[in-house]
Design a protein around this ligand. Structure first.
Ligand code: ZN
Ligand code: ZN
Length: 169
């Protein structure tokens, strides 16, 4: 006759502990987030090679709280220009790396310091061409690196062609 399978004692104890925890409302009082926060704190402490957050000057728990909180939603995040353009606000060039922000009313990127301008610059919008194209004023190719101006109805044309149109009109 086969030996009866012995109960796994540890398993049984675990089951009992779980049942007791479920029955005891105070046992479930520790939220999961707190556990994650403690784990995160341990990771941060280890990474920064600090022992315990007793140091008043440095509080890893503040980092943990900041990490677990929703980041504040910023309406107009400041970006950094990745290519050259012209600021519709002041008309001055926007150079690569300049802080820029989308203007609330115009929906166009302007210098960060031009975000509150109410009036657009009167100057023509001129940039350096990044891609080859065709000028719809003179019909000649637009080469990358040439200065081009945006003209209503024609799109991007040579800056010189735009200036000539202005003189002719
Ligand atoms: Zn500007
Ligand atoms: Zn042209």
């Amino acid at each position: 006759m086969a030996k009866p399978i012995p109960f796994n004692r540890r398993w049984l104890q675990n089951q009992q502990a779980r049942a007791e925890a479920a029955a005891d409302p105070t046992a479930a009082a520790t939220p999961v987030v707190r556990e994650q926060a403690q784990q995160l704190q341990a990771i941060i402490c280890a990474a920064l090679n600090v022992l315990e957050p007793d140091d008043e000057a440095f509080d890893p728990m503040a980092l943990v709280r900041a990490y677990l909180q929703e980041p504040p939603r910023e309406a107009d995040p400041v970006l950094y220009a990745r290519f050259e353009s012209q600021c519709p606000g002041c008309g001055e060039p926007i150079r690569v790396g300049d802080p820029i922000v989308r203007h609330q009313q115009w929906g166009r990127y302007v210098h960060a310091h031009c975000r509150n301008r109410q009036q657009r610059a009167a100057v023509a919008y001129t940039i350096v061409a990044r891609y080859p194209g065709i000028c719809r004023h003179c019909g000649q190719p637009v080469h990358p690196g040439e200065r081009i101006t945006q003209v209503r109805g024609l799109g991007w044309i040579h800056e010189a062609c735009a200036q000539q149109r202005q003189r002719d009109s």
